[in-house]
Design a protein around this ligand. Sequence first.
Ligand SMILES: [Zn+2]
Length: 345
Amino acid sequence: MPPRILRRTSRLIARFALALVALPALACKSSSSQSYPAQYPQQPVGATPGVTGVPPSSPLPVGQSAALPAPGVPVAPAINDPINAVDVTFLRGQAQSLLNELVATLPTPQQQRVAGIPLVVDSTVGDVNAFATCTSGGHAAMAITDGLLDIEAHLSQARATDELFGTHKLADYIQLIVQQQRPNRPIVQPPIGFFDPTQQVDGRKVLRQHQLLEEQIAFVLGHELAHHYLGHLPCTSAGQLPLAELGQALSNTVPLFNQPNEIAADGSGTNTLLTLGFRRAGYHLTEGGALVTMQFFAGLEQFSPGSLIFAFQNSHPPAVIRAPIIQQTAAAWRLTGGRGLPYLF
Ligand SMILES: [Zn+2]
């Protein structure tokens, strides 16, 4: 989405200011008690137990999802999965881990432009968005909201359940949000029984939802990261955001919605995602998760036309336009042996 922030400036200032106060207290807070925005840690996720990453009870750590065992090979049930629990601490850690990996995937010139770029927590209730931005001090930053992470966690569960059990949970979840979600309200949660309890803990389903979640988040962040290294903002520079700037006004000089830039960010973000996946051992991330995210927003556009439930809809091109760009970029990436046409803009 485009770098923006005009109408949010004062709100973000307040939240960033809160972050400065809240940071020292975050280390011992659980995700459920987390109510303040904060800057994501810059060290590798999990390097400082208790500060970020995975709660001790999480059976699967933040990091790279595993490949599915061959069909017929039994997989043990996964109890207390952090995606099933919509564990925001886990989800934030996953986002930071994927951003680190996306940056490391870029060619050297682009990587140098975004090295150390901070990912900022945005915990505004009901805010579903991700964005690239500049501070008034001219430093680059990125943000993903807890609301979007919540939606992505449910989408991955629903899609994985559909794939493994032939259900239609993804369509049901989209309808649930269409019918019940209101702007600036807490994200609607599926009622008890929406997911079958046995299917929820199925080990193969859980493994699959981790793959999908990584694909979804990596695409969203890959798109925003592309805005920075493609030079769509005036501020992109290497180096970490000084803490003092978290409380400053964000720039209002950045361009608003720009269709060519959005297309370029989708294309480049898709290429980076696929290259990242190709270089991994085990499961190779695909564009599948990105298309699940597009299916969700396309559903909102189809069944709730004209009503903007989430800021994400207001700042991105329609999903029906974006999905073919992702698909065609992925096809070109494969046809060119993984080279694609990644960094033309
Ligand atoms: Zn964008």
